[in-house]
Design a protein around this ligand. Structure first.
Ligand SMILES: [Zn+2]
Length: 586
């Protein structure tokens, strides 16, 4: 390396499409689109904003949040070192830049992600900043424009980063309720937790030419299916062909297209009445007190909160992962038989399929009617294969969505049982819109006007788990795990190889006691001294008691208040709300 290398990099740029060496100024004049082959180079957030908004209209929103490393995460580098490096490399405080501006004279609020910052990953700070931008849009009654570029949730913040999918989604839901337009512009690449939440549950989804979007990344899908991927898989044109985006737009047309959409959607609406404001972040503590009756069930002694001497406190996280995956562990159908009565299974998404990895239907819990929805694995290889190992397809998520909405219409509480390695990472799942299917479930649960109670019974794998777990109360069996990524997947990315999975399992804080401490889980349901699979009857007995203890207090809460409290529950995971988590960076 010579001292001139960076300077030359600034002057010249090699096109990723045709390998032409391009003069950087010429490239920039052409909006970073190769004049030779039309390849759209990736843009940082500041340049993207410059291209989209009216000159002189940009007002940046605050971008600083308290420093946070909620898990004390260390892989081969401590997480704070990675953050420092990303800040130095980009000049940004975080992986998103939020602003108000006008586009063609139309006032908007924008949140623009920057892939250069730790792969545009969605951590607590990014989620908090986008949520605040959405809340600002609600306050100002402007449309919200999101420009996404992300590899997915930020592993170094574990399940807390997963929670951001719900936090931002419920802010999008509030815009829907207020009749305010939300638009996402997918840019290359948009994957994982971002794809499966606010990138696809907005009103309009535009894909920039050359953008790729999907729930699972191509490498993961190739690895799991062992098949070559179809030509053009997950590209903007693929997404358009499969009905997942409204349009594909060349970069040079993007601003004009946004102006036209903003004009059209504004013209259609008479001046709306002001909408009562959702509670903003700063008021959590008081509201948490208000919600005490709900967050702390009055019924004592059921289910079993862990005692200090609990074995789970000392069991290694990797052992817990293996326990959670034990083939003998009771499944959702086992619990439907042992915990509930009179289960009547309901099938189908009404769009052409019935996914065997999710079962759902009407049942009774101690005489009360409930809707139960859960992932279904199996005990034998044949059962596991028939159920796709509990990995739901988009049809499974749409079936779950249908049953949740049906429950709300009928005034029935929803009980979900989560046990999945993750959502189905296959080619056809991507073709059928896995990301959008998960995103819509998450958003719908944030507004569902009926009690929702979730139990993580085995594996709580990432977005596929969250699609059933945006609940008023989240319980977890003692030997279950809940994580933003599998330990093996995390090890493959952050460590030299997958054999570091046990270390990754520890770093991810995926056990029930850890997640209770982080506030992701409300209560642990203890298992018999050995484990659930050694004494399913006793496990069922404890689970039933815990379900009743947590469900009964929810039944007395009016639906509107339930929704309000549920939103507060998922609003508190942002970076700014962990008082004392750290001090300001600068
Ligand atoms: Zn080119």
């Amino acid at each position: 390396m010579t001292a001139t290398a960076p300077r030359e990099e600034q002057l010249w740029f090699r096109c990723a499409g045709c390998a032409s060496l391009l003069y950087r100024k010429r490239l920039r004049r052409n909006l970073d689109v190769c004049p030779e082959c039309g390849e759209h180079a990736r843009l940082g957030a500041p340049e993207r904003l410059r291209q989209l908004v009216d000159p002189g209209s940009l007002r940046l929103l605050p971008d600083r949040l308290p420093e946070a490393d909620p898990l004390d995460f260390v892989d081969v580098l401590p997480y704070p070192h990675r953050l420092t490096g990303a800040r130095a490399g980009t000049g940004l405080a975080e992986g998103v830049v939020c602003a108000t501006a006008t586009i063609g004279g139309h006032p908007v609020t924008l949140a623009v992600m920057d892939f250069r910052f730790l792969g545009g990953s969605l951590g607590c700070a990014v989620g908090e900043l986008i949520t605040r931008a959405a809340e600002r849009a609600l306050d100002d009654r402007t449309p919200l424009v999101l420009v996404t570029a992300s590899g997915g949730a930020r592993m170094q913040e574990g399940a807390l980063s997963l929670m951001q999918m719900a936090t931002v989604s419920q802010a999008i839901a509030a815009l829907r309720e207020a009749g305010l337009l939300s638009v996402s512009v997918l840019t290359d690449p948009t994957y994982g937790g971002v794809a499966a939440s606010f990138a696809t549950n907005t009103d309009l989804v535009l894909a920039e030419s050359g953008a790729r979007m999907g729930f699972a990344g191509p490498r993961v899908i190739r690895q799991i299916t062992g098949r070559a991927l179809p030509e053009g898989f997950q590209t903007a044109d693929f997404l358009l062909r499969h009905g997942q985006v409204d349009m594909v737009v060349q970069r040079r047309s993007l601003r004009g297209r946004l102006v036209a959409l903003l004009a059209a959607t504004r013209a259609g609406r008479p001046t709306p009445p002001p909408v009562p404001r959702q509670e903003p972040a700063a008021r959590h503590e008081r509201l948490a007190d208000d919600g005490a009756a709900v967050t702390r069930p009055a019924v004592e002694g059921a289910g079993g909160t862990p005692t200090p001497g609990d074995t789970s406190a000392v069991r290694d996280a990797w052992d817990t992962v293996r326990m959670a995956r034990h083939p003998g562990r009771p499944t959702t159908l086992d619990y439907l038989d042992s915990v509930f009565d009179g289960f009547v299974e309901l099938h189908g998404d009404r769009l052409g399929a019935d996914c065997p990895a999710i079962v759902g239907g009407l049942a009774r819990l101690a005489g009360r009617h409930v809707m139960v929805i859960g992932h279904q694995k199996g005990h034998t290889t044949a059962e596991l294969v028939a159920r796709n190992f509990g990995m739901a397809s988009p049809a499974g998520h749409r079936k779950a969505l249908r049953l949740m909405r049906l429950a709300a219409r009928l005034g029935l509480p929803v009980v979900t049982l989560v046990d999945t390695p993750g959502a189905d990472p296959g080619v056809s799942a991507e073709e059928q819109g896995q990301a959008a299917a998960i995103a819509e479930n998450i958003l719908t649960l944030t507004v569902l006007p009926t009690p929702v109670l979730t139990v993580i019974t085995g594996e709580g794998g990432s977005g596929g788990a969250l699609a059933l777990a945006v609940a008023d109360r989240v319980l977890m069996l003692e030997n279950a795990v809940y994580s933003v990524i599998s330990p093996e997947g995390c090890a493959a990315i952050l460590w030299p190889d997958r054999s570091a999975a046990p270390q990754a399992a520890r770093a991810l804080r995926l056990t029930a006691p850890d997640l209770c401490r982080l506030g992701v889980v409300d209560e642990i349901v203890s298992e018999p001294s050995s484990a659930a699979h050694d004494d399913p009857a006793e496990t069922a007995h404890r689970l039933r008691a815990a379900l009743l203890a947590n469900l009964l207090p929810l039944l007395d809460v009016p639906p509107a208040m339930l929704v309000r409290l549920r939103r507060q529950r998922f609003r508190r995971f942002g970076g700014a709300n962990r008082a004392g988590a750290g001090v300001g960076r600068r």
